[in-house]
Design a protein around this ligand. Sequence first.
Ligand code: DGL
Length: 273
Amino acid sequence: MNKNAAIGIFDSGVGGLTVMAEIIKALPCEEMIYFGDLARTPYGSKSKETVVKFSCEIVQFLISQGVKAIVVACNTASASALEELRQKFSLPIIGVILPGAQKAAEVTQTKRIGVIATRSTIATGAYVKAIQSHDPQIHVISQPCPLFVPLVEEGWLNHVVTKEIAKEYLFSLKANKIDTIILGCTHYPFLRSVIQDIMGNEVTLINSAEETARVTKEILFCAGLLCTMSQDKRHRFYVSDEGSRFIELGEQFLKEKIRIITQIDLGKGNPYV
Ligand code: DGL
């Protein structure tokens, strides 16, 4: 495997750019190829089988681009498809669930952790499994928050409507006196301050994106795959639908310019698949 090859990273859409931003911070020398599945987003309301199928197609495409490792920068895809991807493909594939779960299990004092995520992620039970594999005594309270993704994409980060919806979603976590919350969806770090205000400062918020970046660095190091060339980084972006909104929102998520973007069709007859 060529250690100077790019890291592949994918999400259902624009959200995975929050994970990519953290990876850029942790690994500034690495080049990345990002795929956003705009034509089929959101994944958070789809069945496991559908998300597995989409994820396999994307991984195949990224491999055809010569990547050395892949980050599944989508909680829903990680929760639904990571095991299948690892069985099917031989390069290192890193998900976002385990890093966040491990961190939460380490920091909880009361052994009561809340998980907020999409409906599909919660339905897989992946966070509960990952947390309890670390410590079976930990009590996990899960709460799907399906309205958070569109609110973030609308830019309503501090809107009164967002605060009211957040109060409603977080009620059961507050009532269950959790001391740690996993932000188990790519978009939720943008609602950090709303969530913290509702839950109170004594509750620790875990950002899966930061933890994933740390784990990605560790895995590449252990596999001898850290880039050794200080290259002129030119991250490439692929999307499966028209990308103007992706660029607009993505540059805010990534805090960088999106320069090289290509629209491709992963469907039937695609030469890459
Ligand atoms: N990226 C997805 C996740 O982290 C959220 C958006 C979607 O539902 O596709 O679960």
